[in-house]
Design a protein around this ligand. Sequence first.
Ligand code: NAP
Length: 280
Amino acid sequence: MINSKTKVLCLVGKPVRHSLSPIIHNIALNDLNLNYVYVAFEIEGNQLENAIRGIKALGIKGANITMPYKIEVLKYLDELSKDVKEIGAVNTILNENSILKGYNTDGVGALRALEKFTELDDKKVILLGAGGSAKAIATAISEKVSEIVVLNRTENKAVELASRLKERGFNARALKLNNKNLRNEIRNVHILINATSVGMNSDVSPVPKYLLKPGLVVFDIVYNPLETKLLRDAREKQCITINGLWMLVYQGAESLKIWTGFYPNVQLMRETALKMVRKR
Ligand code: NAP
């Protein structure tokens, strides 16, 4: 029951009214019998600094930061984790005695999701996208896989991401996202990850169906809809498909561990999220 000792966690972004995070976090907190509540704040860009100050002022224990504030928020934080310094984006804030620490759990969330379905050691990966999520995923998987080929609509962003990976000693290449490059690269890879927003709330795919091959692991981090066009095409072409719900749950579980010290029941979080997605 919410009382005067209840600790507050929150989501900050815009839009957030569609978000599943409050539901999966509150069910997990309740299951752990922790006196916390998780709420969503939809804020305008010009209010971000005030919102982050508010976290300190009100003693909010922790926050998730989502689009479009994952990068901008860095400048309002007191400390950044090693991952955040590498990725350049924050999705989790911990308020520790008024010191705001920034973390990024998107990468580890994606890694956990992938590892549920496939081995990563020595696998070649196509990563579509070079935005915040793509950077987090690349950082998390780079130590396991043998090569990451980054394909992005804006080629120079792919080049920048691949260069960062190469500087750290990993095998990475960058290409423009187009059908010719996809066709050439897909032949040689085991795993394809869509970390673009293509397919979110629309029935379009970043990869033509005819290029998908049986046995390819296709992971779409978009979870709205649960089965994107890319995943539907991939299923029909006998690929191994992974939807974005596992990543959502695992990144949330990692955030919750940072805030409370407890690792939640991910199965419960996933089942709850699934019910909500199906009701939409
Ligand atoms: P972001 O930083 O804004 O990056 C967006 C990426 O999508 C960029 O690489 C962008 O390419 C590409 N893109 C956008 N429109 C495109 C189009 N029409 N054609 C080709 N490429 C296009 O966003 P983000 O934070 O990485 O999020 C990406 C997606 O992941 C969102 O749908 C988000 O909901 C989802 N997500 C899921 C989870 C989860 O837990 N499952 C977690 C985080 C994010 P350019 O560089 O050319 O603009």
